[in-house]
Ligand binder design. Structure first.
Ligand SMILES: Cc1cc2nc3c(=O)[nH]c(=O)nc-3n(C[C@H](O)[C@H](O)[C@H](O)COP(=O)(O)OP(=O)(O)OC[C@H]3O[C@@H](n4cnc5c(N)ncnc54)[C@H](O)[C@@H]3O)c2cc1C
Length: 433
């Protein structure tokens, strides 16, 4: 194969975005993806005419949307209505998602309503970065007085991040995500697979090459400098720059002497977040009002994404349910919990069922900002010239796909700005030389 300026390992959202930035900057770029299909965790599968993402996906109006706009990537989809219910003691109760519902909800006392009202205003202007070193639990217990308001915020922050670890999770990034959600989220027509397709088209416009169905097995280096990418079928792609967008433990395995690089710390400190996801398509909703539900005393969430996006070819309703998983989880119980949520919200759903997909334990993000983190990963691996990382775990305060997109942009910006930068570890501190 010819030589490339940039080789990107992984064709998910991070890899695709990185490829567009690199090619736009005039770099000869190739994306290497082990699966036959591009998209990674953002693929969409069709079942009986319904479009199922790998679990419910919502695009927050944050870093990723800004980057997609900057790259002129078109997004087809709509903002869903935010009218929502909460599950409390096995009952559905209207939630205060705006000032009108705040007045009418029976869930909160007058004092609680006043507290929520004031936070709905304060949050919009809040400098959330001041809470990057504080846990979610400390933020909630220290800033909110009413116990039911605290429950409400635990549920909102869990839903915005998928994380069920209030003592570990840093409050700043997830409060920032909550702020983004106040500007509305987007459900995408035909699912996130449509976004992947748009990104691929854009990348091809800029001349990006693709090699799919071929697993990268090693990053070859010489004199601590990237030289080539080796694939499972023996193919070698010669290049000066590699951007790894795989999970941190895979990145670690691909790189020789990774134990002498920052990849060791980044892998060791990473805490992956998983969820159980039930997606269903129903001929029609037995209870059309119950479309958007937050668990308050249980870690579940339900959204009928068809209320905003085109997700089936024949008018079926695509409903996404999520059970947020902590470290201890029981897949059988998770599935039962999700079905019980459906029994409560949409009784009789089984008779209307057209298609179903259950993912018992899928990794939503490979890492997030937490209290045990000692250093933010990336953009470059300072010990090896020409090696970079991107992906949702390479977060500098962003969450989920915002982190995937922002880290992809950071990696390419770094690669262009400092093409020959190399760093070393001195006494645990990274020094750039
Ligand atoms: C259930 C669920 C719900 C989610 N909901 C939301 C949401 O509502 N909002 C939001 O913002 N985000 C959400 N996310 C997160 C979002 O999907 C991810 O952050 C994003 O898709 C990650 O993109 P990525 O490119 O970093 O990683 P990936 O998509 O995992 O891409 C990495 C790619 O690398 C490839 N690869 C790995 N090893 C190799 C190798 N050796 N050789 C070649 N290729 C390799 C993989 O096959 C994969 O395609 C959700 C995720 C899940 C699973």
């Amino acid at each position: 194969m010819g030589k490339y300026d940039v080789a990107i390992v992984g064709g998910g959202i991070a890899g695709l975005i990185a490829s567009i930035y690199a090619a736009k900057a005039g770099k000869k770029t190739i994306v290497l993806e082990q699966q036959k299909q591009l998209g990674g965790r953002a693929i969409t599968q069709r079942k009986n005419g319904a479009y199922f993402d790998l679990g419910g996906h919502a695009l927050y109006k944050g870093d990723a949307v800004q980057i997609l706009q900057e790259l002129n990537v078109e997004l087809a989809g709509k903002e869903p209505s935010s009218d929502a219910f909460g599950i409390w003691k096995n009952q559905l109760i209207p939630l205060p998602m705006n000032f009108m519902s705040l007045l009418t909800t029976p869930l909160f006392s007058f004092r609680g309503k006043r507290e929520i009202g004031s936070w709905l205003v304060k949050l919009r202007k809040l400098d959330t970065s001041q809470y990057n070193q504080m846990s979610v639990r400390d933020w909630i217990e220290g800033h909110l007085k009413d116990p039911m308001v605290r429950n409400f915020f635990y549920s909102l922050l869990r839903t915005a991040s998928y994380v069920v670890a209030p003592d570990l999770q840093a409050a700043g990034p997830v409060l920032r995500q909550l702020k983004h959600s106040m500007n509305g989220v987007l459900y995408l027509d035909k699912g996130w697979g449509a976004l992947v397709k748009e990104l691929r088209n854009k990348a091809e416009e800029f001349g990006v090459g693709f090699m799919t169905g071929n697993r990268v097995t090693e990053i070859e280096t010489k004199d601590r400098r990237v030289e080539a990418v080796k694939c499972a079928d023996g193919t070698r792609v010669y290049t000066d720059h590699v951007i790894l967008t795989t999970a941190p433990e895979i990145a670690y395995k691909l790189v020789p002497y990774a134990d002498q690089t920052s990849l060791q710390v980044w892998k060791d400190q990473a805490i992956p977040i998983t969820a159980a996801c039930l997606s269903i398509a129903l001929r029609r909703l037995p209870k059309p009002k119950n479309q958007f539900i937050y668990g308050l005393d249980q870690a579940v969430f339900l959204s009928n994404q068809s209320r905003a996006a085109h997700l089936s070819d024949n008018g079926d309703q695509v409903v996404q349910l999520i059970k947020y998983q902590g470290t201890h989880t029981n897949v059988k119980i998770d599935e039962q919990d999700l079905e019980q949520t459906l029994d409560l919200a949409q009784p009789g759903w089984r008779e209307k069922l057209v298609a179903r997909q259950f993912l018992p334990r899928i990794v939503v993000t490979h890492d997030f900002m937490h209290m045990k983190r000692t250093v933010n990963p990336g953009p470059h691996v300072p010990e090896i010239k020409g090696l970079y990382v991107a992906g949702d775990w390479v977060t500098h305060g962003e969450l989920l796909v915002d982190a995937a997109a922002a880290s992809a942009k950071r990696a390419v910006e770094h690669l262009i700005a400092y093409p020959n930068q190399e760093g070393v570890f001195v006494g645990g501190h990274r020094v750039v030389v």
